[in-house]
Write a protein that binds this ligand. Structure first.
Ligand SMILES: C[S@@+](CC[C@H](N)C(=O)[O-])C[C@H]1O[C@@H](n2cnc3c(N)ncnc32)[C@H](O)[C@@H]1O
Length: 214
């Protein structure tokens, strides 16, 4: 995967360098990471590419959209994408990425917890590397999916030993949290993690693709 690189600055070191910002609101801490030149993924996620390859385009919500790597990809494929993120800098970068390729993206600075629980609004919801935001809000996420809508989640397992301030999924936690959905794909293995938690980029990672049955 192509990465936006600055020499030897990993996401984790950027988190540590975020220092005081880390103790502030989550938006400020993520602003510091996105502004700090950390090595963050810029290409769309492999799981998103695979999970959406045969889906008709519709309305999509990208929770914790970051720099818009997945949202912009989907918008270019004809999806009507709403992306939200607590980081102003992330939203700014996502809007710039969309503008650069002429894609339309609704991008809002917001905590997912604070947005209205619009029922059955989305054909696709992404929770890519947002850890507990997905599991703590599982009921709301399921409610926001249309019948037939698909949920895509990826993030570190707890065994990845995420750094303080980061979280990982417990074994089978995603299956428990989203047990009301029909699981199309579930993986729990060490793989090349897109938001790496260690030097070689390989770490215990969990993936879920599930559909809300009609
Ligand atoms: C590790 S990054 C992942 C970004 C993107 N999903 C990706 O895979 O590239 C986590 C993102 O979630 C955002 N975030 C964290 N907590 C959030 C919340 N409660 N609501 C919305 N966004 C949140 C952060 O600002 C950050 O951009």
């Amino acid at each position: 995967m192509k990465m936006k690189t600055l020499p030897s600055v990993t996401v984790l070191s950027a988190i540590l360098m975020a220092g005081a910002a880390w103790a502030q609101a989550p938006g400020a801490r993520w602003d510091a990471i996105y502004q700090g030149g950390a090595k963050v993924p810029v290409n769309p996620s492999t799981l998103v590419l695979e999970a959406t390859a045969n889906l008709p385009s519709g309305a999509a919500l990208d929770i914790g959209m970051g720099n818009g790597r997945n949202a912009v990809y989907l918008a270019r494929k004809g999806w009507k994408v709403t992306g939200i993120d607590v980081s102003r800098e992330a939203i700014k970068q996502a809007q710039a990425a969309a503008a650069k390729v002429g894609a339309t993206l609704e991008a809002n600075v917001a905590r997912f917890e604070d947005i209205p629980p619009a029922r059955a609004k989305y054909d696709l919801i992404l929770c890519m590397y947002v850890s507990s935001v997905a599991t703590k809000n599982a009921a709301k996420i399921i409610d926001m999916l249309k019948p037939g809508g698909v949920l895509v989640v990826e993030g570190p397992h707890l065994d990845a030993r995420p750094m303080p301030g980061q979280e990982g999924y417990k074994t089978n936690e995603l299956l428990r949290s989203f047990g009301r959905l029909r699981v199309l794909r579930y993986e729990d293995k060490t793989m090349q993690a897109e938001w790496a938690t260690n030097a070689d980029g390989r770490s215990p990672t969990v993936r879920l693709v599930a559909v809300k049955e009609k």
